[in-house]
Design a protein around this ligand. Structure first.
Ligand code: GLU
Length: 474
């Protein structure tokens, strides 16, 4: 029977889910989903100072927002420290690891000597073959792996191919520190084994760790999971990703008004491809995702591409879906709480939905949607932006005053009926349509630009439209 697929996402809490982590999680999730498997979540919380509830909460919040659900409860690495210790001690008992009593001073000396001789700093194996009876009094020992000194360790990586590491470069690494705490290297191996992980997908900055971990697997006689080390994400200029380039947390992307589905699509394409296709549904990604189409070179993060893709998702989202995403975004947006409260009142949500088809055509992000929909919840008398103020000069105010009775006379209030009324009025006044429409827009929205003005009139309704025009007419 073939083993069922288990992947895992194993973030260290840093206070946010950064973009590289989000992509690693996505790839692990896609692979598990596509193979009827599970994705587990392990929080690598052994650094107690950084592993606050908030930092763990931020990771979970980011994953939930992206829609990357994991199976079972999140596993705390720290909580498994006893198990890690037990494994280290079992390795000593089996003669695969040993107690090392070297003092910090000795280790420093070793490092300095190696550096002075131009060698990489390596532990010299001084306790490797010594008898425990030689142990100095009062020194707590660390446990080190008795690593092979000759030959090489080979990693068959699904992305990087066959990578060979000479064993002389991988020294007798510490498994358990002298204070009894496990090292990261040991904890990862024991956890992945105990969680029955079959596939490890992570950034290629862990490639050397993979070789060291392979030695631990070998000593324990455990099967090594399939490994896929994915190239890191760089900025558009090919340099290390900086904040300006997009090295931000998931919650910042949420506040910038990106949709989770667009983020998933964008992140999937960051390092993985399927022919020339750029736009995938999540189901298609799940079906098509595989290791052979992951590129070997670093991918470049490009905000312009992300924004365009997000615009596509905005335009093609069903109105109700977009409304839901808008509501998820609002608590994190500037002024969003007021908008959320407005949506909850009376028929406002209906009004927003009626305006949405026109609004979503133009907005690339939810921030832009919020901005262009502002006229809906703007309070009378409206604040005018600079362009609107200019448009509403005395002549225009007088013109709007003459237009008003035409609107008041309308029995049916739709985009078509108001359009016809404005055309008739413009003809009678011998004005170009724009000369009427522009000041009208300014009066109705307080802005120089807005969605189609007749849609705005219909959405606002007769009473509110007439009141706003009256506010600005003379
Ligand atoms: N905790 C590690 C990190 O955040 C990942 C370890 C792993 O995936 O093996 O980079």
């Amino acid at each position: 029977m073939t083993k069922s697929i288990v992947t895992r996402f194993a973030p260290s809490p840093t206070g946010y889910l950064h973009i590289g982590g989000a992509r690693t999680a996505l790839f692990s999730w896609l692979y598990a989903k596509g193979h009827g498997g599970k994705m587990l979540l392990r929080i690598e919380d052994t650094d107690r100072a950084r592993s606050t509830d908030e930092a763990v909460g931020a990771l979970i919040d980011g994953l939930e927002w992206l829609g990357l659900n994991w199976d079972g409860e999140p596993i705390s690495q720290f909580a498994r420290a006893e198990r890690h210790k037990e494994v280290a001690e079992a390795l000593v008992a089996a003669g695969k690891a040993y107690y090392c009593y070297a003092t910090p001073e000795e280790l420093t000396e070793m490092r300095e000597k190696a550096m002075a001789e131009g060698r990489p700093p390596r532990y010299d194996g001084r306790w490797r073959d010594r008898d425990a009876s030689e142990a100095p009094e009062g020194v707590a020992p660390a446990i080190r792996l008795k690593a092979p000194v000759e030959g090489e360790t080979i990693i068959e990586d699904k992305v990087q191919g066959t990578i060979k590491f000479p064993n002389k470069d991988l020294d007798d690494l510490v498994l358990l520190r002298s204070d009894g705490t496990p090292t990261y290297m040991l904890a990862v191996v024991v956890d992945d084994h105990d969680m029955e992980v079959t596939h490890i997908i992570r950034g290629d900055d862990h490639l050397t760790n993979a070789a060291r971990q392979a030695l631990i697997y070998a000593a324990l006689d455990w099967d090594i999971p399939v490994m896929a080390h994915i190239p890191l994400i760089y900025g558009p200029d090919g340099k290390k990703l900086s904040k300006r380039h997009g090295a931000l947390g998931a919650e910042q992307y949420r506040a910038m008004g990106y949709l989770p589905a667009a983020m998933r699509n964008y992140l999937a394409r960051l390092g993985w491809s399927h022919g020339d296709e750029e736009i995938f549904s999540t189901d298609q990604m799940i079906e098509w995702f595989d290791f052979d189409a992951i590129g070997k070179s670093p991918s470049r993060f490009d905000f312009v591409k992300l924004e365009n893709l997000n615009g596509h998702y905005m335009r093609t989202s069903a109105d109700e879906e977009l409304l839901d995403a808008f509501k998820v975004y609002l608590p994190h947006a500037e002024g969003g709480a007021d908008v959320l409260a407005w949506l909850g009142e009376g028929d406002n949500e209906k009004m927003f939905l009626a305006a949405l088809p026109g609004l979503k055509e133009r907005a690339k992000t939810l921030v832009e949607l919020q901005e262009s929909a502002r006229y809906l919840w703007a309070q009378r008398p409206l604040d005018l932006d600079e362009k609107a103020t200019k448009l509403l000069d005395d002549a225009s105010k007088a013109m709007l005053g003459r237009l008003l009775p035409n609107f008041e006379a309308l029995e049916e209030w739709t985009a078509e009926s108001t359009d016809a009324a404005v055309r008739t009025f413009a003809e009678a006044e011998e004005l170009k349509l724009g000369k009427v429409a522009q000041p009208l827009r300014a009066a109705l929205t307080g802005r120089g630009t807005s969605p189609g003005i007749f849609d705005v009139l219909e959405v606002l309704g007769k009473a509110e439209s007439i009141a706003r025009i009256a506010d600005q007419s003379a």
